[in-house]
Design a protein around this ligand. Structure first.
Ligand code: SF4
Length: 315
């Protein structure tokens, strides 16, 4: 369990991350996952960590940030897996709310058909749900869901949640070239999302090393058509996110700890680490040491070099 950041986020401002589940525990094993393949695939909710420990860790971090005058806009459940697998999510949200900032949850939506998951998510101020495809075969291909999941049930859960949720609901659709970026497939996704009426519908493209090396982002021309189709159905709420938004991080005195903590939820570009090391007069030795110890992995993707915490298997 980790508390990290705050990480500047275009959508959430200064966001303090909560990673409330063990590494790579998920109901999906998306082909584009930045963390490699899922090695703890499940759909049963579990007690992973005592909620009081999550709260204590977050409070300690908030106290430290307050002292250094750092602002936090959102406390965000952004995990290296699926946060709703945590049985205590709702209670944790209640505890964390007392710290002041609003609460956000980034979920893959696969369990939102469960009543207790819905109840937990209702407590958050901002919820992001993933809808990569509403075509059964494409969904299986791109998200590689747990065998106990049924797409119809997942979609029905999203619709129900959207009707009753009082907070800010956004959706995320990650598009992979040749897999779910066909215009027919995207039109169906757009029709579904139009019924959900999210306050923002984000179209994402892989920008960091994916689980499967063959995964590519859609061509620019195709993206333009996709944007047009989605906008026609959903209006001005559609936005394309390149994924290169985090260019600076807040670091504590322990740069190694912070790099590991952020690299556990998403890869960090080499140039970002280089700049931070530079700012602090540090050398690459410690980062190289983490690679040698097998704690960090190096990856090249689309002409950029990244570092990520070693968890899942990557192809
Ligand atoms: S991208 Fe998210 S939902 Fe997909 S496998 Fe990775 S952690 Fe799970």
């Amino acid at each position: 369990m980790e508390v990290f950041g705050p990480v500047p986020s275009r959508r959430l401002g200064q966001s303090l991350g909560i990673n409330n589940i063990p590494p790579k525990t998920c109901s999906y094993s998306c082909i584009y996952c930045q963390l490699g393949r899922t090695n703890r695939m499940r759909i049963e909710r579990e007690n992973f960590y005592p909620p009081e420990d999550v709260y204590k860790k977050a409070k300690a971090k908030m106290d430290q940030l307050e002292k250094s005058g750092e602002r936090v806009d959102y406390i965000t459940f952004v995990t290296d897996g699926e946060p709703t697998l945590d049985k205590n999510l709702g209670f944790e949200i209640t505890l964390l709310r007392s710290l002041g900032p609003k609460i956000a949850v980034i979920s893959n939506a696969s369990l939102v058909w469960m009543d207790d998951v819905k109840e937990d998510l209702y407590k958050a101020d901002w919820v992001s749900l993933k809808v990569d495809s509403i075509e059964h075969d494409t969904w299986r291909l791109v998200d590689r869901p747990h065998g106990g999941l049924h797409l119809e049930k997942v979609l029905e859960g999203i619709r129900d949640f959207a009707v009753n949720y009082k907070g800010t609901l956004v959706t995320e659709t990650m598009l992979v070239k040749g897999v779910n970026d066909g215009l027919k497939c995207v039109s169906k996704t757009a029709d579904f999302l139009a019924g959900v009426k999210p306050q923002a519908a984000y179209i994402l493209v892989p920008s960091r090393p994916p689980s499967e090396g063959w995964v590519k982002r859609p061509d620019m021309g195709n993206l333009r058509e996709i944007y047009a189709i989605m906008s026609e159905r959903l209006g001005p709420v559609v936005e394309i996110v390149s994924g290169d938004e985090e260019d600076s991080f807040f670091f504590t005195d322990d740069i190694v700890k912070d790099v590991l903590s952020i690299a556990s939820v998403h890869p960090i570009r080499e140039d970002v680490i280089a700049r931070l090391l530079d700012d602090r007069g540090c050398s690459w030795t410690e980062i190289e040491g983490l690679v040698e110890q097998g704690l960090l992995e190096r990856f090249d993707y689309e002409d950029k070099r990244f570092y990520v915490k070693k968890i899942g298997q990557r192809r």
